[in-house]
Design a protein around this ligand. Structure first.
Ligand code: PLP
Length: 398
């Protein structure tokens, strides 16, 4: 079947929830993907911050192949080795002491909200259920997750939302402090807002939030679904800010492309969950956990990839700064940490992204006018140089 026919069938049979570009991707290796009409693209989207080791990393491929031959799925009524191994790797390399596995970022957020409320009701007061989140945040599309997401455009048409959420401006410590009351149970934040336009808070913001949470017996939940798994040059972004949360959500990069999410917590908080409180049929199944183990082992080996991510992120931002100097009216600001980078423009990003695609480079934008670069962490300088050349060509013609 040819590409045109497939595209027709795609809109005939698949529900209309995505604005997709009219290409069909068939194959990927490292930084590259190939479409059905034989074009080769350089991929700076990386499955939206998912493919941290690039496409089809051999260690992830082999882990999935081996596991698929042995056991693909059993229920969580039984123990399985890959799930135990993955939990141990996460605990040994983070603040956390317990892990709950699920299938996506939104599900990890749902689990975090349920755990925080149950912990607060049982240990603090039955009237403690409110969760404070930040304007421009993004936490996913299921009902509690989308309610936690303080952006009207994601709420419209779906009301009534889940009760018990309070919104404050991000990176504003006074607003957060003033919104706390006797019903507050937790604060839920992204360490760096991803979908909200790559917003990096002041260096001391999260530390102050942590202090306020401690002072008021409030749980701190960090949503590291996008910032975690080495994206910012450390295993988890909160390590840059010298604090730890009580609960953390991860997903995107965790399975190296396999669909897996996790909610991590300290023993004290995790103990609020007992059998029967929460579950997921597929959560942490053998196949995705084997992919997760291979991904983390590769990512953390000798700290090589994390160091590489830091160096490439620095190089990337330097290159974009040079573009900013060349196009001061067009480029407003470059922001980011590691390989989570945003370039805010005074221009229509949709057109730039489309033109980039015509030139065989895949990039992404968010919040209307922020080009977002979230490439695989194995990216090379020559890839960055190529993107910057392509952007310069496009900017010159604007
Ligand atoms: C992508 C994302 C989510 C949602 O993850 P899904 O797997 O799409 O449900 C939640 N939080 C953050 C910070 C994200 O970037």
């Amino acid at each position: 079947m040819d590409t045109k026919k497939y595209l027709e069938e795609s809109s005939r049979y698949i529900m209309n929830t995505y604005n997709r570009y009219p290409i069909i991707l068939r194959k990927g290796r490292g930084m590259k993907v190939w479409s059905s009409d034989g074009k080769e693209y350089l991929d700076f989207v990386g499955g939206v911050a998912v493919n941290i080791l690039g496409h089809c990393h051999p260690r992830v491929v082999v882990a999935i192949q081996k596991q698929a031959q042995r056991l693909i799925h059993v229920s969580n009524y039984y123990h399985i080795e890959p799930q135990i191994k993955l939990a141990r790797l996460l605990v040994e390399n983070s603040f956390a002491e317990k892990v709950f596995f699920c299938n996506s970022g939104a599900e990890a957020i749902e689990a975090a909200i349920k755990l925080a409320r149950k912990y607060a009701k049982e240990n603090l007061s039955p009237e403690r259920y409110e969760i404070i989140t930040a304007e421009n945040s993004f936490h996913g599309r299921t009902y509690a997750a989308v309610t936690a997401t303080a952006q009207e455009k994601f709420h419209k048409g779906f009301e009534p939302l889940v009760p018990g959420f309070v919104y404050v401006p991000f990176n504003n410590i006074n607003a957060l402090e003033n919104s706390i009351n006797e019903r507050t149970c937790a604060v839920l934040l992204e360490p760096i807002q991803g979908e909200g336009g790559v917003r990096v808070p002041d260096m001391d913001y999260l530390r102050r939030v942590r202090e306020i949470c401690n002072g008021n017996n409030i749980l701190l939940i960090l949503d590291e679904v996008q910032t975690g798994m080495g994206r910012t040059g450390k295993f988890f972004a909160h390590e840059h800010f010298g604090i730890t949360p009580d609960i953390m959500t991860i997903a995107k990069g965790l399975g190296g492309g396999a669909p897996i999410g996790a909610m991590l917590a300290t023993d004290r908080v995790a103990s609020a969950f007992v059998p029967g409180n929460h579950a997921s049929t597929f959560g942490g199944n053998p196949l995705v956990c084997a992919a997760g183990v291979a991904t983390i082992e590769t990512l953390l080996e000798d700290g090589f990839i994390l160091d590489h991510c830091k160096r490439m992120g620095k190089y990337f931002i330097e290159k974009l700064q040079i573009l900013k100097e060349k196009f001061p009216l067009l480029v407003k600001e470059i922001r980011g940490l590691g390989l989570l980078i945003g370039m805010e423009l005074n221009a229509d990003c949709a057109r730039i992204v489309k033109t980039c695609m015509d030139k065989c480079v895949l990039i992404n934008y968010t919040s209307g006018n922020v080009l977002r670069f979230i490439p695989p962490l194995i990216i090379q300088k020559k890839d960055i140089d190529h993107l910057v050349e392509v952007l310069e060509e496009i900017f010159l013609k604007m």
